[in-house]
Design a protein around this ligand. Sequence first.
Ligand SMILES: Nc1ncnc2c1ncn2[C@@H]1O[C@H](COP(=O)(O)OP(=O)(O)OP(=O)(O)O)[C@@H](O)[C@H]1O
Ligand SMILES: [Mg+2]
Length: 286
Amino acid sequence: MTLDPDPVDTETTSGTPSVGDDAARRAAAALVAGLPPSAAVWCSGVRKRYGRRPAVQDVSLEVGRGEVVGLLGPNGAGKTTVIKMLLGLTHPDAGEVMLLGRPATDPAARARVGYLPELFRYQPWLSASEVLALHARLAGSGVPTQQQLDCLALVGLAERARDRVGGFSKGMQQRLGLAVALVAKPELVILDEPTSALDPLGRADVRDIVLDLKSRGVAVLLNSHLIGEVERVCDRVVILGRCNGHSRSGTGPRCPGHRSARRRACRISLEDRLLGILRADQGDDR
Ligand SMILES: Nc1ncnc2c1ncn2[C@@H]1O[C@H](COP(=O)(O)OP(=O)(O)OP(=O)(O)O)[C@@H](O)[C@H]1O
Ligand SMILES: [Mg+2]
């Protein structure tokens, strides 16, 4: 957890700062400066039930600053629900969540997070650049217009900046969603199946964008069913299994390989590990 230096009250009850208060403040600031930064996102023992059906059961995970973590699991395992709880969009029935060192519901933390939802729809009457400008304003950050246009260019929509999003194809809408997630220069980016509608070129663009985020120290949580994609960019994976309607989490192998041989070895183990978990969950002992 990070400590905020500014709420410290330097005044005594008489309204005059005291020497003792000043020394205490300096000592506290030195203590905070020596602490490692809080995780980009952290949760412990989160659970969620919809009616009588458990959607997420006891999931704990952490994404460190500058780390790229993959979130894998079968359909219905609870990946999107976990993401929504991490972002404070869905209230967990139990467990704790911290976002950039603050409670997930704190607007100050959420303003520093970029999020590409699994399912979304922008106002169809707005142009792509208007959608981006709106979200830059919602994030509360003064993003210069040129930076917004650069962001559209990054996702391959420079030519369509003035077009209404109601006329966009599925893949173009997903590209715009990615631009929205990136426009306010977030410290943490959460992508829920960012490439499900993208062509191979778009998928390669997303891979490059994630690697660029990582090189700039931005943390990324990536939910994707494309194991090759996850393997290429992620430092670590978390696997949510489905076990009689319960989800469980586990840490997969590290995938640091930049050399093709290591990458291939890594893919085999990651795929095998994932298939092993999925088959075990379904009582299939192939
Ligand atoms: N709003 C909701 N109301 C009722 N049940 C829900 C709701 N959202 C999710 N669920 C249920 O919670 C479980 C987990 O759903 P979730 O969308 O988190 O899975 P997922 O791992 O993201 O799946 P997918 O890979 O298909 O996207 C499912 O059984 C789903 O039916
Ligand atoms: Mg999902």
